[in-house]
Design a protein around this ligand. Structure first.
Ligand code: AMP
Length: 216
């Protein structure tokens, strides 16, 4: 089973990905995580990626496709959960091609719909655990950590992503509208698109997604 989570920044892709991986044992590929790892290397290429990520712009297709293709070759679990890929028409086309070569296909594309105002609240309040990656939100009561800046799960320190600020958010949101949102029609035409109201709680969103998967 191959699933794509398509959504603007901070719509809940990462949160739903964690839950889906646990339930269906999928191979979670977050291109954002791949790039953050590259950015943390501190070499010349890493610094270039770091700059792009902080600005909120998308990484160019040639770099994304090269990294994605190489990473995919190393994956043993072929049931994919794609979080943050594809984000452009070219990326979607290449992914189709890669799947066709393996006689595989996309089963579900879940479009997580959230208003811009909600996204902004979520993004400026998001905090992540340095150690285990768990996500919290200081702007939403039910998502706050029990102790300020400390992960409930493993006790390590929380941090804020360099691109989780209003300025980068505006760029990321525009990038989504201009480059990623055309994929909505692209996948609708392929009859694999399912729209999900992601203003709801994470449990409700997860229930909506799994009920669609289970119906098939
Ligand atoms: P994310 O963690 O999905 O919010 O991604 C963080 C950042 O990584 C994005 O704002 C882009 O700069 C970069 N990025 C992640 N995935 C892609 C992609 N598929 N295409 C281009 N840039 C990407």
């Amino acid at each position: 089973m191959n699933i794509i989570l398509l959504a603007p920044p901070a719509a809940g892709k990462g949160t739903q990905a964690e839950l889906l991986v646990e339930k269906y044992h999928l191979n979670h590929i977050s291109t954002g995580d791949l790039f953050r790892e590259v950015a943390s290397r501190g070499d010349e290429f890493g610094n270039k990626i770091k700059e792009i990520l902080s600005s909120g712009s998308l990484v160019s297709d040639d770099i994304v496709l090269d990294i994605f293709r190489k990473y995919l070759e190393t994956c043993e679990n072929k049931n994919l959960l794609l979080d943050g890929f594809p984000r452009t028409w070219n990326q979607a086309e290449l992914f189709n091609q890669l799947l066709q070569e393996k006689a595989d296909k996309i089963d579900f594309v879940f479009l997580l719909n959230v208003s811009k105002e909600t996204l902004k609240t979520r993004i400026t309040g998001r905090r992540l655990c340095k150690e285990c990656g768990s996500s919290y939100n200081v702007n939403i009561d039910s998502f706050k950590p029990k102790k300020d800046s400390i992960c409930d799960k493993c006790g390590h320190e929380l941090y804020q992503r360099a691109d989780d600020n209003e300025e980068s958010f505006e760029v990321r949101y525009q990038e989504y509208l201009t480059k990623t949102s055309p994929l909505i029609d692209y996948y609708r035409e392929k009859n694999v698109l399912y729209e999900i109201d992601s203003e709801k709680t994470k449990e409700e969103v997860f229930a909506d997604i799994t009920s669609i998967i289970e119906k098939r």
